[in-house]
Design a protein around this ligand. Structure first.
Ligand code: NI
Length: 397
């Protein structure tokens, strides 16, 4: 079975690189992936899959029906959107859409989904059940997965696999992670309301800028003194605005930030914890406040059995020296977690770093590049894991 997959993948490799470069040079922003979706639907239909377009706005589903002896459905999720970044790679297939770039490797992900579908469509007899390919829009705005789920993408799905490229892992290697892979990411807005006055007479005013600075300092200190250091969290204020002139005391400051956490209990307590600190500081100096805490995506928690499936598929295909068990999660976010509210799943990292380069630019960098040999690694791993899935009796919850 593995040899068959590798043979099919080797034959397909030039076509997959062509597909990846085509998508790379035509990047589209989140929620606007019209051309990409049409292209994906075309490739899926010509491979004989049942195709549904317009799922979750611009998403596409391709379903492959096997021999039907098994009722289960395995989903494989890839994402299609690009970022508002001006590409600076000088590649001949650089972005042709000004100011938009596939700087997070979603062009590779889409190619992996298509390549896996093309391979498995030629091996339907190895598939007792169904494989559903989800091509998701809007991952970068952390909404696409919810759109897909609302349109029924996870109905009757028993397990889901996902992949993200990673430039700090060498091309051709794979990273799997047991348990937490990414953090929950929530949005925070704090508004401090003081009272305007002359810059020379602070005692007659309530200085919203100074109080805002106390709020930021207190929050950062409180993390180190009141949060369990073994349960990581990060609060970063990335935006702050307020004030009108150098000699007028500001009456209002707005701050916006992101809050990342790994443990659900930590996350559950954060809104109250933050509000209390803001309230204490503001009350001390007579300011009013507003705290708007908006829950974003939860963290990705990889299922044990499915992670084992990915690890064993990758090790059998490529040898254990090309498979790393990642020791640490990331505090980045990934809306793959939204699917995990409906079925167990596991997401792995596909190395795309060039081994002979001293610098591999990170994701979201205008010079981010991909070692394309990793496409072969990715499709074989996904296709082989999908075939092996049916040999398993089930997944742990
Ligand atoms: Ni990404």
């Amino acid at each position: 079975m593995l040899n068959n997959i590798k043979e099919l993948a080797t034959k397909l490799a030039p076509r997959l690189i062509e597909i990846r470069r085509h998508i790379h040079s035509h990047p589209e922003l989140s929620g606007l992936e019209h051309q990409t979706a049409a292209f994906v639907a075309g490739v899926l239909s010509s491979s004989g899959l049942h195709v549904q377009e317009g799922v979750g706005k611009t998403g596409v589903i391709g379903e492959l029906r096997g021999t039907g002896k098994d009722e289960r459905t395995l989903a494989i999720r890839t994402d299609m959107d690009a970022l508002p970044i001006t590409e600076r790679t000088n590649l001949e297939f650089s972005s042709r859409n000004q100011g938009i770039m596939h700087a997070c490797g979603h062009d590779v992900h889409t190619t992996l989904g298509l390549g896996t579908a093309m391979i498995l469509s030629q091996m339907a007899e190895e598939l007792p059940g169904r494989v559903r390919f989800l091509f998701q829009p809007g991952e970068e705005i952390a909404q696409g997965a919810s759109w897909m789920v609302s349109d029924g993408a996870m109905e009757k799905v028993d397990a889901i696999l996902g992949v993200h490229v990673f430039p700090s892992i060498p091309g051709g290697s794979i990273g799997v992670r047991y348990g937490a892979l990414t953090a929950a990411a929530d949005d925070l807005e704090i508004i401090i309301i003081g009272e305007s006055g002359h810059g020379a007479r602070p005692h007659e005013a309530i200085d919203a800028i100074w109080i805002a600075s106390q709020v930021i300092t207190t929050l950062q200190q409180a993390i180190s003194r009141t949060q369990n250091p073994l349960r990581p969290m990060v609060l970063s204020i990335g935006q702050i605005s307020g004030g009108r002139a150098p000699n007028i005391i500001a009456d209002q400051v707005q701050m916006r930030g992101t809050v990342r956490s790994l443990h659900p209990e930590t996350r559950a307590n954060l809104p109250k914890w933050i509000e209390q600190i803001v309230a204490n500081v503001c009350n001390s100096y007579g300011a009013k406040y507003q705290v708007n805490y908006c829950q974003g995506v939860p963290g990705v928690q990889n299922n044990y059995t499915l992670t084992q499936l990915l690890q064993s598929a990758a090790e059998e295909a490529w040898g254990s020296d090309r498979v790393q068990v990642l020791p640490e999660p990331s505090l980045g976010a990934e809306d793959f977690s939204v699917y995990l509210e409906h079925a167990p799943g596991s997401m792995f990292r596909l190395g795309v770093g060039y081994k002979d380069r001293t610098i591999n630019h990170p994701l979201h960098h205008p010079q981010f590049e991909v070692d394309e040999s990793a496409i072969m690694t990715g499709v074989v791993t996904l296709a082989y894991a999908a075939c092996k899935f049916w040999q398993k009796n089930g997944v742990d919850g």
